[in-house]
Design a protein around this ligand. Structure first.
Ligand code: NAD
Length: 421
């Protein structure tokens, strides 16, 4: 069967548009280009089946092609119902990758597409948010019988995998790509920071300068979202549950207060905690008329949609990716992209240069877990520092500048406690 016959996508005729998108990002992903060249020579995945679940847009498509260039047969599925781009899926199918993904499937169909991508019993997986892991550990353990291990993209997935490791249920090794320096320092902070505002701006087409933006959660992503909100001229309020992060936000120049107070002041809200119900009924009750809520955390549970609906008389789509909840007291609250990751569901995700490093890490992490899965055992492990550093060095090379090297005297000085005088 051809990949077109095996795949489930929206429309194969969209391939030319998708190909242009992939060509554009490839031209801006020099680190991944270098890794692709190495994979073409070394064939680290020769004869292996790889299933990938990621936000299925052009940068992800290029990662899938790099893994294929390393000798793998690749099947790919989406990691969010609204972030799949149908034209990109079509181009991938033409490139010999089996795709099970469509834009905006029903929740049931979305799950079925994820399951389909696992049915062929992969040797390796790349997961985002732990959806594949959940299927392989609960509903369909039989699809994991050949599995050597895999790599997990994001904070939320790693939290879920560590919970599995802790209660002894994790069945294969997973590399925590999110925890690598070249991932969270750049992707979560600069990638999310920029692309969240791109998503909000292109969706609302409203001014940010002078307005009050509430950033809920001051982790790696929240720092980026707050930094870029400030750059756009907003007054930024941060809410946190962690005292250290709250002090950090204060020292970075932001107002810090509990959500119940911030809820009264905010005009834009961005949740980015990886937690649930961080905006809920009591907060909607005091929000200004016209407040705009968006989420950048992995799941659409950060703003409680059921409680918002319960307070409302009606809901209508007022613009693509904007739903107006008309509250019983007459106020309107707007929710972007159904509360799903606004940068991916209402935008194109992170810039290609950022995903260049993230997906370079995914590629080397996959090779690493394939080479070491027996030694690692059923654990969540970090990307080894040498691989993380190698990605940074390739990035520097692509930028065309170098850094200093330690002299022998400096190495001796840093290694010795006697040379302190
Ligand atoms: N949109 C994207 O493209 C993108 C990119 C990377 C990560 N993510 C996702 O974003 C989320 C956050 O990731 P991160 O790397 O910043 O995580 P993080 O752990 O660095 O930060 C999360 C922060 O939220 C805070 N928090 C938790 N509950 C809270 C609450 N009730 N109120 C206020 N603050 C609260 C935590 O104290 C922490 O500081 C995760 O779901 C992750 O998977 C999204």
């Amino acid at each position: 069967m051809s990949t077109a016959e095996k795949s489930i996508i929206a429309d194969l005729s969209l391939a030319p548009e998708g190909r242009l998108k992939i060509d554009w990002v490839q031209a801006h992903m020099p680190v991944l280009n270098t890794i692709r060249e190495q994979f073409e020579k070394e064939q680290p995945f020769k004869g292996l089946k790889v299933t990938i679940a990621l936000h299925l847009e052009a940068k992800t498509a290029y990662l899938a092609k790099v893994v294929k260039a390393g000798g793998a047969e690749v099947t790919i599925t989406g990691s969010n119902p609204l972030s799949t781009q149908d034209d990109v899926c079509a181009a991938l199918v033409e490139d010999g990758i089996t795709v099970f993904a469509k834009y905006n499937p029903s929740p049931k169909e979305f799950k079925e597409l994820n399951i389909k991508a696992l049915e062929w019993k992969p040797d390796l997986i790349i997961d985002d948010g732990g959806d594949l892991a959940t299927i392989l550990h609960s509903e369909h353990p039989e699809f994991g019988e050949n599995l050597r291990g895999g790599a997990e993209e994001t904070t939320t997935g790693i939290i879920r995998l560590k919970a599995m490791e802790k209660d002894g249920s994790l069945r294969y090794p997973m590399v925590a790509v999110n925890d690598a320096y070249c991932k969270h320092l750049f992707d979560n902070r600069y990638g999310t920071g920029q692309s969240v505002w791109d998503g909000i701006n292109r969706t609302t087409n409203l001014v940010v300068a002078g307005k009050t933006v509430v950033v809920v959660g001051y982790g790696w992503c929240g720092k980026g979202v707050a930094m870029r909100a400030k750059g756009l001229g907003a007054n930024v309020i941060v809410t946190e549950i962690d005292a250290i992060k709250a002090v950090e936000a204060y020292m970075d120049g932001f107002a810090v207060m509990p959500m119940i107070e911030a809820a009264k002041a905010g005009e834009f809200f961005v949740t980015v905690t990886g937690n649930r119900d961080v905006i809920r009924g009591e907060h909607y009750a005091v929000m200004k008329n016209g407040a705009i809520i968006s989420n950048a955390g992995h799941f659409d549970v950060e703003a409680n949609k059921l409680e918002l609906a319960a307070l409302s008389d009606s809901v209508r789509t007022v613009r693509r990716n904007i739903e107006e909840y008309k509250l019983k007291d007459g106020r309107s609250i707007y929710l972007l992209a159904e509360g799903r990751l606004v940068n991916l569901a209402a935008g194109d995700g992170h810039p290609a240069e950022i995903m260049d490093m993230t997906f370079a890490l995914q590629a080397v992490a996959l090779k690493y877990v394939n080479e070491h899965y027996q030694q690692i055992g059923h654990k969540v492990v970090n990307v080894p520092y040498e691989l993380d550093e190698r990605v940074a060095r390739l990035k520097l090379e692509s930028l065309g500048f170098g850094i200093d090297k330690l002299t022998d005297e400096q190495i001796a000085y840093l290694d010795s406690w006697k040379e302190a005088e």
